[in-house]
Design a protein around this ligand. Structure first.
Ligand code: SAM
Length: 226
């Protein structure tokens, strides 16, 4: 094992002082070992997202739906969705080496190397996707709350943003603790999305990190500004 910020791979507190680029570099250095290490730690967010997608989208619709998997990493979500019959899946991740591994799975159409944050991603059109998925992409140093505005822009009205998060990550992550749940409710109150929240038991997302939630936001608008 080698690379920058090795200790921050599993100790999320150490990410608090890292820049987004340092986090991406950490994942670049981690790409070859990621699957072995995370399988051992029982990361199964992608399975929960696959189950929800299978319940939500009937089989005959799946092949045509345009999905963007954000924080795609080495492609666990893409593999899961591909097995379920979703065929038009793009991947987005700021760590090119994680995307290089994902590419070998042959389940993604486009692989976009970019950060999801408050900035507009120019290569993605407004209302381009039917669905955004994010597995393991909401914890310290990863996708910030402001990125939901860009997600709203790129998801079609009627489309969905689907992700999991553990209660522990909300409580321990500086950028989420005070902001995430109020922001989710504010968007609902203003009609930007309708919330479905599915409680997930201890270990259902990531074995060491306790219970959490699968969120599915049905987006009602083309764009939302604060
Ligand atoms: C724990 S991995 C999860 C990978 C994959 N979804 C899975 O289930 O195994 C988190 C990924 O989020 C990516 N990431 C970090 N910051 C991000 C951001 N601002 N926008 C999108 N992805 C980000 C990392 O590069 C990393 O590949």
């Amino acid at each position: 094992m080698s690379g920058r910020h090795i200790d921050a791979r599993h100790n999320y507190n150490l990410r608090k002082t890292m820049t987004p680029q340092q986090i991406a570099d950490m994942f670049n250095d981690f790409a070859d070992d990621y699957e072995e290490e995370y399988k051992g730690l029982g990361l199964c967010s992608h399975l929960r997202i696959g189950e929800y997608m299978a319940e939500t989208y009937p089989e005959h619709q799946r092949a045509a739906l345009q999905v963007l998997d954000v924080g795609a990493g080495t492609g666990y979500v893409g593999e899961t969705l591909s097995e379920l019959g979703f065929k038009r899946i793009d991947a987005l991740d700021p760590a090119q080496k994680m995307l290089d591994v994902a590419k070998t799975k042959h389940v993604y159409e486009r692989l976009i190397c970019a950060f999801l944050n408050k900035n507009r991603i120019d290569e993605i059109e407004t209302d381009q996707y039917d669905c955004i998925t994010a597995a393991g992409a909401f914890n310290e140093g990863l996708i910030p709350v402001c990125a939901f505005l860009e997600m709203i822009r790129i998801v079609k009205p009627g489309g969905r943003i689907i992700f999991t998060i553990t209660d522990k990550y909300i409580a321990n992550t500086d950028g989420y603790r005070k902001e995430l749940l109020p922001f989710i409710q504010k968007m609902a109150d203003e009609g930007a999305w309708d919330i479905t929240a599915v409680p997930l038991a201890d270990g259902a997302i990531h074995r060491p990190d306790g219970p959490g939630m699968l969120y599915s936001f049905k987006v009602n608008v083309t764009e939302k500004h604060l």
